[in-house]
Design a protein around this ligand. Structure first.
Ligand SMILES: *Cc1c(COP(=O)(O)O)cnc(C)c1O
Length: 399
């Protein structure tokens, strides 16, 4: 990995033919520090958002010592890198063999579940261990979030009380967890969910030791600029304080996106232009899954041959490099009207659910990764007024 001041410096130095991932360790540090210092409880990092070992190490060094893992692969990965990390296996549907390996070989004690069957599995797989922390996942609305997590998991109101009572019998600490959906655009999402938590506690009348509000904390994308994270933390803190739980109860959260979105961007090359469609060298099977499949609009920055003040922006869509029509990102992405083959584009905020979802389909593998010292294209962790607002810069190409 080399270090560059920014994407422009990297392009001037290397003129890359493959897409390049630019990572910003300072941005990940800042996000971790913010959660550690300001969230009114414990922050677990949801590893699936970006499992890169460099990032895991940065988060660890900044004080994130708990990790939300969802597969035995993630358990092994984090344990191998950070042997002292505390892992919480928060996928509510697991195989018995995986639970067993997690418990006996990797010291995992915290598991989530949303059915009696899963509770029985956990009991069998751990030989009825008496040191388990079990979190009952309840279903809450995803209506305030950009990506739903409401359909797949979560116990329904009619099932929750029995499940809490049964889980209480075999838990050292009993928890309730939920996920409001990813990129929740208002703190109300959490307040609403906490009302379901309250109802569950009242109905089951059990002692609950952990309230885990899950992930869903937003980042700032074009057309999706959320309120400040301080508002989210305040609302969660107030809802938590209002719950019928003991003073010693713990509050947890599991941010994925918010801890790593700003960590990485991607430099792509324009291979061809056809009207307002740009053919670029990364796409739906690379780091742009969300741009292709759910129409996510990432911020873009033109890095090409024209100076920024002679160009007007217009909307474009992208085609990725594979041979099928599905490798298409509708955007719109606003770029200069005279952009041409051979120019480069930096696509921002791809640290979460970008690099992590890359496949090597059609032979288009991950290109190099380098470090950049500049600021991410937007941030929720700085003085908002300092964030660079314009999205055009220019370079002299040496050809
Ligand atoms: C995906 C996931 C997270 C992280 O969600 P973000 O929206 O990225 O913050 C946290 N907890 C669970 C259980 C998840 O499945």
């Amino acid at each position: 990995m080399h270090k560059y001041n920014d994407a422009k410096a990297l392009i001037e130095a290397t003129q890359p033919d493959e897409s390049v991932t630019l990572v910003r360790p300072h941005a990940a540090k800042r996000a971790a520090r913010y959660f550690v210092d300001n969230f009114p409880g414990k922050s677990l990092y949801a590893v699936k958002a970006n499992p890169s070992p460099d990032l895991l190490q940065i988060l660890w060094d900044e004080g994130i010592h708990h990790f939300d893992v969802a597969s035995i692969g993630e358990v092994r990965l984090v344990k191998a890198l950070l042997p002292d990390a505390i892992l919480c296996f928060m996928h509510p549907v697991k195989s018995e063999r995986m639970i067993k390996e997690a418990y006996f070989e990797h010291g995992v004690r915290t598991f989530s579940l949303d059915t009696m069957e899963e509770l029985d599995k956990i009991k069998r797989a751990t030989n009825n261990a008496d040191d388990l922390n079990l979190c009952v996942r309840i279903r809450v609305s995803s209506k305030y979030a950009e990506i739903s997590l409401a359909a797949k998991f979560g116990a329904e109101p009619g099932e929750i009380a029995d499940l809490l009572m049964a889980a209480r019998q075999c838990s050292m600490q009993l928890g309730i967890c939920f996920h409001v959906g990813s990129q929740a655009m208002t703190p109300i999402a959490y307040c609403d969910a906490m009302e379901h938590v309250r109802a569950a506690i009242v109905e089951a009348s059990v002692t609950v030791d952990i309230i885990n509000v899950g992930g869903g904390f937003p980042s700032s994308y074009p057309g999706m600029e959320p309120p400040s994270l301080a508002h989210y933390f305040d609302s969660i803190d107030r809802s938590f304080e209002d719950l019928p739980i003991s003073y010693s109860a713990e509050l947890w959260c599991e941010p994925g996106r918010a801890l790593c979105a700003e960590y990485a961007s991607l430099i792509v090359k324009v291979e061809k232009r056809r009207g307002d469609e740009l053919f670029i060298n990364d796409g739906a099977y690379g780091a742009l899954f969300d741009a292709a499949h759910i129409g996510w609009r990432f911020p873009v920055k033109y890095i090409g041959q024209y100076p920024s003040d002679t160009t007007e922006l217009k909307p474009y869509s992208f085609y990725g490099p594979t041979c099928d029509d599905m490798d298409h990102m509708a955007g719109p992405f606003h770029l200069p009207e005279n952009i041409a083959a051979g120019d480069y584009i930096e696509i921002g905020l791809l640290g979460a659910y970008g690099c992590a979802m890359r496949s090597g389909f059609n032979g288009f593998e991950a290109g190099e990764t380098h470090i950049s010292h500049d600021e991410p294209m937007s941030t929720l962790y700085g003085n908002q007024n300092d964030v660079e607002r314009h999205n055009v810069i220019s370079i002299q190409r040496n050809k």
